[in-house]
Design a protein around this ligand. Sequence first.
Ligand code: GTP
Length: 157
Amino acid sequence: MNTFRDYYNNEVKLTFEDHYFSKEPKHVWVICNYKNKWLLTKHKDRGMEFPGGKVEEGESAKQAAIREVKEETGGVVEQISYIGQYYVAGKGGTVIKNVYYAIVSELVSQPTYFETDGPVLLEAVPVNVQFNSRFSFIMKDDVLTHCMKKIKKEYLS
Ligand code: GTP
């Protein structure tokens, strides 16, 4: 278990165990790779972040992850793997989120990307992302660093 503080000083707990906090989490976050680049979305308020969101009524967390990637980036998920789960003790309540790693095979141009301005492709996620105002707060804690390390080791080496 990794315990740390997020950008807003909320406590975060991250585990790579299988659905440790909840079998049916209500939130998902998807670290996406498209043609060896990182695929993010540009949220209108928060800035650049990996896509994600809430699980809707009647869908599984994995289905939500695939849907959110499509909605926010136009990306078609070819392969998706569960990475871990984190718990945030937020000021307005707690959030439990599944983290996935997805390989995107195609980027479809769409009339809308929902609350975002659509896809952003990066060769690398900057190391000092926490000081970069163009990035969302959800990219600014150790969830990203720990998950990227695991993904690079297990899927990209
Ligand atoms: P809406 O119901 O869509 O308005 O969502 P919300 O603004 O209430 O946010 P949500 O329920 O998604 O999250 C509640 C709080 O949890 C947020 O204000 C954040 O402080 C925190 N939170 C949500 N997702 C993350 C995340 O991925 N990382 C971190 N560190 N905090 C998060």
